[in-house]
Write a protein that binds this ligand. Structure first.
Ligand SMILES: [Mg+2]
Length: 192
């Protein structure tokens, strides 16, 4: 089976580290639990999409984005899935983060993924944006592991089986029938 694995919040703990960065810069004490939406400009931390884009790129240029270790259980989980499946990373990250992203994946998941594909959402230049569903269809993906309910539902409607890792921003989302909610990597390797 060919499985698409999302990057942020599935392999890479982006939100936790972004919140740490925001607290450091502003002297605030926000927690990731306040993020009831994946769309950060809809949360108490940010006022607009433009602000989110600016802060996210500042984060990537800061020391807060360095030496970040993978999400608990993901290294073992990917290793397990890799034995019997073909894996690809499908991320909505911007393609200008390609170098940083590929280096991090190479460091912790060397040889496990056939490719890394960028959706290029929330970009600050005018590069082409691609939907996750579109990327997965073009790659012939059978299943996707995600934390964003909209993306996993989009893929499910295209016939791609979904596994959604529960998070504060997706707990109340309605899911398509072929999406299964999971709590951890341990559960993912048990059910796939
Ligand atoms: Mg994600």
């Amino acid at each position: 089976m060919r499985i698409a694995v999302d990057l942020d919040e599935v392999l890479f703990p982006f939100i936790d580290n972004l919140v740490k960065y925001v607290n450091h810069v502003r002297g605030s004490s926000h927690t990731p639990k306040e993020l009831s939406s994946y769309y950060l400009w809809e949360t108490p931390l940010f006022d607009s999409k433009e602000e989110v884009i600016a802060v996210v790129f500042d984060f990537w240029n800061s020391d807060f984005s360095k030496n970040i270790r993978p999400i608990f259980g993901s290294v073992k989980g990917v290793d397990h899935l890799h034995r019997k499946n073909e894996l690809v990373v499908v991320t909505s990250r911007q393609s200008e983060l390609e170098n940083i992203t590929n280096k991090w994946i190479e460091k912790y998941f060397s040889g496990k993924f056939e490719g890394v594909y960028f959706g290029n959402h929330l970009q600050r230049d005018n590069r082409e944006e691609r939907s996750k569903g579109g990327i997965c269809l073009s790659l012939g993906v059978n299943a996707i592991i995600e934390d964003n309910a909209n993306y996993v539902n989009e893929c499910a409607r295209l016939g791609i089986k979904g596994y959604l890792i529960s998070n504060p921003w997706n707990v109340n989302k309605k899911l398509e029938r072929n999406v299964r909610r999971v709590d951890s990597w341990r559960e993912i390797v048990n059910v796939i």
